[in-house]
Design a protein around this ligand. Structure first.
Ligand code: ADP
Ligand code: MG
Length: 298
């Protein structure tokens, strides 16, 4: 039987990439980091709890990816490049097969983004995974929810609703290529970085387009008119569901009309920011109402 320290070494320490700015990583009481000059740190954390955030039968490799991906998506929304990550695992038992698959996917996604696993915690209890990720932006260039201005255009990346369609397939025990969209979301890091000095505000779509855009509107103290006919919707799902469904982890952002030539990656213009507060929606040029605006925990 492996000790706690052997487990950390075998599954995490040996698989974590190094970075020159990590002075001391896994193995001491805490990590020591030397942040580069002229940068700001961007920090986020997210917890995945069994039966709340994922189904009991979810595979370890999917959890390993998702636990990190949702945190990296928050960094993407801020225009930050991932740099360091902490992982707190609460496990009901030591299952080496589970640990092998979890850590392989976790560490390979981290490596893909040059993100160093620098520490964490291991304890016994009902399965729960907490990740804390820190990223870097040049000073003053972080994207925020506040900043959208009247006249700005609203954009979204990807196709909405694909993750929700995948989750439905999982719940119905159907096989579908869209299950990947739910289980293995892609954090839009490169797009977040490309939006520095371009977007006036940005958010990642974790709770649904309407709910998340509403956060931009509240923070920026503006309103929006959305043209629902322009929203890219996954063909497996209805429009109303696609704009209220969570878990897509695409980016929604606003850009001044003078800077739209800087959007040199796939994104759809879906509306514009107006001074009058509230979110107005149009379909076939007519006002359209959707009552329920997306996922809330409480
Ligand atoms: P302490 O008791 O001082 O908090 P621990 O015994 O919990 O330290 O952990 C020993 C070392 O292993 C620490 O550097 C810690 O950050 C690291 N560590 C513990 N669990 C994990 C994990 N799941 N992933 C990565 N590193 C971990
Ligand atoms: Mg200690």
């Amino acid at each position: 039987m492996l000790s706690e320290f052997d487990i950390i070494k075998k599954y995490f320490q040996t698989r974590a990439i190094g970075r020159p700015d990590v002075i001391c990583g896994i193995g001491d009481d805490a990590a020591v980091i030397e942040p580069p000059e002229h940068t700001q740190l961007v920090m986020t954390t997210d917890t995945l709890v069994e039966n709340v955030h994922f189904l009991k039968e979810t595979l370890a490799e999917d959890l390993g990816h998702r636990a990190l991906a949702v945190n990296l998506s928050d960094l993407a929304a801020m225009g930050a490049k991932p740099a360091w990550v902490l992982l707190s695992l609460t496990l009901p038992e030591i299952d080496e097969g589970w640990l092998e698959n979890f850590s392989q996917m976790f560490c390979s996604l981290a490596a893909q983004h040059q993100c160093a696993l620098v520490g964490g915690n291991l304890s016994k209890g009902p399965l729960s995974i907490t990740v804390q990720a820190t990223g870097l932006v040049p000073t003053g260039q972080a994207l925020q929810r506040v900043g959208a201005k009247q006249g700005d255009l609203i954009y979204v990346t990807g196709e909405l609703g694909a993750a929700q369609a995948g989750l439905r397939a999982l719940k119905n025990h159907e096989s579908s290529p869209l299950t990947k969209n739910f289980l293995r979301p892609t954090p839009q890091i490169e797009i977040g970085v490309a939006l520095r000095n371009v977007a006036t505000s940005c958010i990642d779509i974790s709770d649904g387009l309407l709910a998340d855009l509403q956060h931009i509107l509240s923070a920026s103290e503006v309103g929006a008119v959305l043209d629902l006919d322009k929203v890219p919707v996954c063909s497996a799902i209805e429009l109303d569901d696609a704009v209220t469904a969570g878990d897509d982890y695409e980016l929604c952002f606003t850009v001044s009309p003078t800077k739209t030539d800087r959007i040199n990656f796939p994104a759809s213009c879906i509306g514009k920011i107006v001074a009058e507060p509230g979110l107005r929606m149009l379909r076939n040029q007519k006002d359209y109402v959707i009552d329920n605006f997306g996922y809330q925990h409480f």
